[in-house]
Structure formats: structure tokens, C-alpha cells
Write a protein that binds this ligand. Structure first.
Ligand code: GLU
Length: 481
């Protein structure tokens, strides 16, 4: 599809409702809308849709802002920074909705709903009994009262027809007249519905591209009939694919991983990796490269590369991407991240490569610290004699091998005592043995006391010449006792 939707300045928005924490689905919507605006030097707006007071959860707005900031999404206009179309919270925009409500009343497109909730409910139940869809418009009152704000205000859909429209992702869509109804514009509590408010806000804020989830497709004919009644142009619609659960079958739910987005920060993922991961769930730029920096992603992003069907959530993939992003970090930043997870005594530059090799996210360091597997860096290891022995090698051979390692190390100048040299010396000795393990194992064990640890030359390098020699001596005397 040729993208000829950018004739005017691109304006996109993310419009979350503050009804709890954001999870990756919401963030991915924000990400695409943000990337599209950024790519086209457009405007990205954060708007809070807080008109459902009953569902509002305290602290959600802060949480939304924190989540977006963490992943690196910024906005040109929003509740925290203001902008030319302020305010950016729907609850503070009631005057706008009143203004357009009056226009619709005057044009004969809105009326006060005279029924009680129980009456509407009984209409609905009757329709269910008769196995036909409930349509409020079939009960439209002939002489509705004058709207005084205590009743709901309903849209009066006059053009009952089927609608066809273009979606930038899904292509040509259509729906029959049964999708149209007299929906509520303003509730009896004075707040507008989403159906009404978002259209007014998008209009007033000059939004050109509406990017949102597929749950809004079925309501689109209703929106289109309202755009028509208001005599306004529709923005471009781009329906984003859902994020599927790990099984790829149903939408990702809280049960299978849709957690509070900030949990990823707590788990020690990198925001750039998170962005990379989310970008590819539902977007395919048709390239081989899988690791993208935020800049690369924005530069590549096009709406016509968004997929129709949902991509699956795969935490192993996230871990892999995260590990790759860790490798891209400049040394000083990497150190900062890693040291944050380490106790003082383990904040040693030389152990950074060992840690990097063994983690996929910084949170994994916690487990390494807790298990004590890193303690040998500052504490002499403890082990039993037998643990130093490689398979069925006689103890004397092990002692002799440790002694030859000791001899080589002792002869090595302090400044030459590095990973490469140690490796070379040890390998020369090892290659003369029946089996390399006969020297590599006891040296490794003498230095770490662990069944699983980095290679002996890495350990020796980190511990330094003096400590390495001490530990080999200790192993020799343990074996000789
Ligand atoms: N407030 C809506 C929601 O949170 C946003 C829908 C839209 O982007 O228009 O689902």
C-alpha cells in the first residue's frame, strides 16, 4: 500500500484510560503512534481518557507517565507539560463536549434519554429473549424531554446505512446498518462516553492518524455516523494487531504475562531492548536485522509494515534481545547498571565480563549474588579434598599438576599476569597431559571452589597473581594432608 497519508503534518496520540497499570499492549500502541509521529517530524500527544470515574485507579496517571518515560517515549503535548491544545485530561475538557453536544442537539442529532436504567435493561432482555440484537434506536422516544444534564444524552443516528471505510493496516472494511445505534454521548453523571469524547478531542487536537487496538473496529460505524453528523473529516485509522499469549491463540492476558510494565524495569531489562522487542510484535519491516536501537526503529517504521494478525509474546525472545542490547552498552554504562545489582565487595571491574556472559537481564545478577556463587572473588573458597580431583586421576598427579601451574604462575611477572598469558601457559601444560581436565579442573576448583564457574584463566586474572598463588598453595596442602 502506498502511504499517501502524510500530506499534512502528522499528529498522533496515545489515549490511555487511567484504570490501572499499563501492560505491554498499551505500551506497544503508544510506541507505534510515537514512532510514526517522530519519523514524520510530527506531533505526538499524550491524552488521559478519564471519564469513567468508577473504573479510575489512583496513581494510574503517574504510572502511565513513568512507564512511557522509562521505555524512552516522549511527547510534545500532554497533561504534565501542557501544550496548545490543553488540557489533556478529558475530565478537564467537559466544556468542549458540552459545546459539541449543543451543536448536535441543535442539528437534531441528539436527544435526552427519558428511560430509567431498568427500562433500558428490560428492552435489552426482551431482545435477547426474541434472539435479535438489541438496538436502542428501535425504542427511540417520540417526544424526548429537553436535555437538562440529569439524563443521558443520546446520539440520534439518522443515516441508517452500511458503512465502508479504509483502515491503513486492515485495508477495506465494511459493516451493515445493524452496527449503528443511538449511543450515549454524555452520561447522566455529566461525563462524556469514550465514543463521543475521543472524536471531539481528536478533532480539537488535530489528530491525523488514530492508532489503536482491534477492539474498536466494531464501533467504527458508530464513530463514522457521528463524524458525518458533525460534518467533520475522519482521521486515518490504523488498527493494531493484538499481542497474543505465548500459545499464540488468545490475546495476552494478565494470566500469561501481561504484567505491570514497570515490572520489566524492576527485573533489570534495558528500555532499548524492551522497545526493540515490542516493536517487532506486530510490525515487520522485511529485514534480516533483529536488533534495533530506538533510532533505527523510528527510521524504519512505516504503518504499512504493521501486520494484521497478532504476534505472540515470547519471553525467551525478549531475553535474547536484551542480552544483545547489553552487549551494545558503552563500558561505563554497563558498569553502572551491573554495580547497581552488586554488593560493594563485588563491585570489581574485572568480574563484569563474567557476569555479562551469564545473564540475559540485570535482575539475573540477584540470583548469582544470593547463591553465593560470586563470593569466591573476595572470600577463600571452601571445598573437600576429593573435589579437587579430576575423575579417577591419582591424587599425586593432581598435586604434581597444581605444582607445575604454581611454578609457571610464580615465574610470571605481575604485569604479564593476564587472561591471555595465563591461558597460554595453562594450555601448554594441559596439552602435555592425558586429559586437559587433569590440570584445568583442579586449578579451577582451587580458585573458585565451585562445580560451575568461569574458566580457570579468567578466575586467575580476576584474583591476581598473589591470591591465585595463595589458593593453589592451599589446594596443594589440602591434597597433601
Ligand atoms: N481510552 C482508550 C483505551 O484506553 C483509548 C482508545 C483510543 O486510543 O482511541 O482503551
Amino acid at each position: 500500500m502506498n502511504d499517501n497519508t502524510k500530506q499534512q503534518k502528522v499528529v498522533t496520540r496515545f489515549a490511555p484510560s487511567p484504570t490501572g497499570f499499563l501492560h505491554i499492549g498499551g505500551i506497544r500502541t503508544a510506541l507505534y503512534a510515537w514512532a510514526y509521529a517522530k519519523k514524520n517530524n510530527g506531533t505526538f500527544i499524550l491524552r488521559i481518557e478519564d471519564t469513567d470515574k468508577a473504573r479510575e485507579v489512583e496513581g494510574s496517571i503517574d504510572h502511565i507517565i513513568k512507564s512511557l518515560k522509562w521505555i524512552g517515549i516522549d511527547w510534545n503535548e500532554g497533561p504534565d507539560i501542557g501544550g496548545p491544545n490543553a488540557p489533556y485530561k478529558q475530565s478537564e475538557r467537559l466544556e468542549s463536549y458540552q459545546k459539541y453536544a449543543k451543536i448536535l442537539i441543535e442539528k437534531g442529532f441528539a436527544y435526552a434519554d427519558p428511560y430509567t436504567e431498568a427500562e433500558v435493561e428490560s428492552f435489552r432482555n426482551k431482545a435477547i429473549e426474541e434472539k435479535r440484537p438489541f438496538l436502542y434506536r428501535e425504542h427511540r422516544p417520540e417526544n424526548p424531554p429537553v436535555w437538562d444534564g440529569t439524563q443521558s444524552l443520546r446520539f440520534k443516528v439518522t443515516n441508517i446505512k452500511s458503512y465502508e471505510w479504509e483502515d491503513l493496516v486492515r485495508g477495506h472494511l465494511k459493516a451493515g446498518a445493524e452496527a449503528l445505534d443511538d449511543f450515549i454521548l454524555i452520561k447522566s453523571d455529566g461525563y462524556p462516553t469514550y465514543n463521543f469524547a475521543h472524536i471531539i478531542d481528536d478533532l480539537e487536537m488535530g489528530v491525523t492518524h488514530v492508532m489503536r487496538g482491534d477492539e474498536f473496529i466494531s464501533s467504527t460505524p458508530k464513530f463514522l455516523s457521528l463524524y458525518e453528523a458533525l460534518g467533520i473529516k475522519t482521521p486515518f485509522f490504523a488498527t493494531l494487531p493484538p499481542i497474543m499469549g505465548t500459545d499464540g491463540k488468545k490475546k495476552l492476558g494478565k494470566r500469561d504475562g501481561a504484567k505491570d510494565f514497570l515490572e520489566y524495569e524492576k527485573d533489570g531489562y534495558l528500555p532499548s531492548a524492551m522497545m526493540n522487542f515490542l516493536a517487532f510484535i506486530g510490525w515487520n519491516p522485511g529485514i534480516e536485522k533483529e536488533i534495533l536501537t530506538p533510532e533505527e526503529f523510528v527510521n524504519l517504521f512505516e504503518i504499512n509494515q504493521i501486520q494484521i494478525s497478532g504476534g505472540g509474546y515470547n519471553e525467551d525472545k525478549l531475553d535474547w534481545i536484551n542480552k544483545e542490547h547489553i552487549k551494545l552498552l558503552p563500558e561505563d554504562e554497563l558498569e553502572k547498571y551491573i554495580f547497581e545489582w552488586l554488593p560493594k565487595e563485588l563491585q570489581i571491574k574485572k568480574i563484569i565480563p563474567i557476569i555479562v556472559e551469564r545473564i540475559s537481564k540485570f535482575g539475573d545478577i540477584k540470583g548469582m549474588v544470593e547463591s553465593g556463587e560470586l563470593n569466591f572473588f573476595y572470600k577463600e573458597p571452601e571445598y573437600k579434598k576429593e573435589q579437587l580431583v579430576y575423575k579417577s586421576t591419582p591424587i599425586e598427579t593432581i598435586i604434581a599438576n597444581l605444582k607445575s601451574a604454581l611454578e609457571v604462575f610464580t615465574m610470571t611477572e605481575e604485569e604479564d599476569f593476564n587472561k591471555e598469558n595465563i591461558k597460554r601457559f595453562l594450555m601448554e601444560l594441559a596439552d602435555n597431559l592425558e586429559n586437559r581436565g587433569q590440570i584445568l579442573h583442579p586449578v579451577r576448583f582451587a580458585l573458585s571452589g565451585l562445580e560451575k564457574s568461569p574458566d580457570p584463566f579468567i578466575l586467575a586474572d580476576i584474583l591476581g597473581k598473589t591470591e591465585t598463588i595463595n589458593r593453589l598453595n592451599k589446594a596443594i596442602s589440602t591434597l597433601s594432608s
